[in-house]
Write a protein that binds this ligand. Sequence first.
Ligand SMILES: NC(=O)c1ccc[n+]([C@@H]2O[C@H](COP(=O)([O-])OP(=O)(O)OC[C@H]3O[C@@H](n4cnc5c(N)ncnc54)[C@H](OP(=O)(O)O)[C@@H]3O)[C@@H](O)[C@H]2O)c1
Length: 258
Amino acid sequence: MGISLRDKIVFVTGASSGIGAATALEFAKLGAKLLVCARRLDKLKELEPQLREAGAADVLCFELDVRDRDEVECTLKTLPAGWSDIEVLVNNAGLARGLKKLYEDDIENWEEMIDTNVKGLLYVTRTVVSGMIARSRGHVINLGSIAGHNAYANGAVYCATKAAERFITDGLRIDVNGTPIRVSTVDPGMVKTDFSRIRFRGDEERAGKTYENVDPLLPEDVADVIVFVATRPEHVVLQQIVMTPVAQANPFTLTRKS
Ligand SMILES: NC(=O)c1ccc[n+]([C@@H]2O[C@H](COP(=O)([O-])OP(=O)(O)OC[C@H]3O[C@@H](n4cnc5c(N)ncnc54)[C@H](OP(=O)(O)O)[C@@H]3O)[C@@H](O)[C@H]2O)c1
């Protein structure tokens, strides 16, 4: 039997699509208060009625670019009354850009991935965890990837950002040891979201090929696991969950249906 998150504040970054949107919806079903951000506020506004209908105790959507340190600090330190006691932080905002050999890749792609997946996650975490420490409660759940466990061809920098996420998760868990705060990472393999479309800058054909002849994970599969991690009894922490479609053994071993 898991703990109740009814009326508790769950903050999901990057909730405008994919895993983040599905995760917000799963927490809404538990009656949580959903704090959701992304750069595309219009997408969050489309999600808001679905969250309310699913059972969210309340919803607050706001625009945030996690790469902007000042914006992150200012926005999260000045949340409206009743929204600051964040119980669960899901650090989901992230992306891949490009798929090229390191020595041929565009440096702008590296900057964007590192700024979002590593520095953005750090900015949000620092701000939210300082409040968790003051309240002596909270749970941080980061979105890692199997890419953080094994590098794959043409993905050195994305894989490095997810390896960094894994070590940030482990390091934070050590830093909060002795407090009731829990720190987890959920590390999926291939999930069918906008991820590949963003990676290939809108090249639908190339993005579509990623999921050809394979049953990938769905965002709901990952959301289900995130909610499971968040609802374990308070003395239990699931430190790291690695999940893949059955057809995928690791980032480079994938069997497609013939
Ligand atoms: N799909 C996969 O196969 C897979 C596998 C393993 C791990 N992951 C990880 O899962 C997470 C979610 O990805 P997804 O697959 O759900 O992709 P997605 O559908 O493209 O969603 C990515 C989300 O991140 C947000 N985001 C990106 N940059 C942001 C920024 N600078 N500030 C705020 N929000 C930002 C996007 O919102 P806006 O564009 O509106 O800002 C969007 O809501 C990522 O961390 C990704 O690395 C994905």
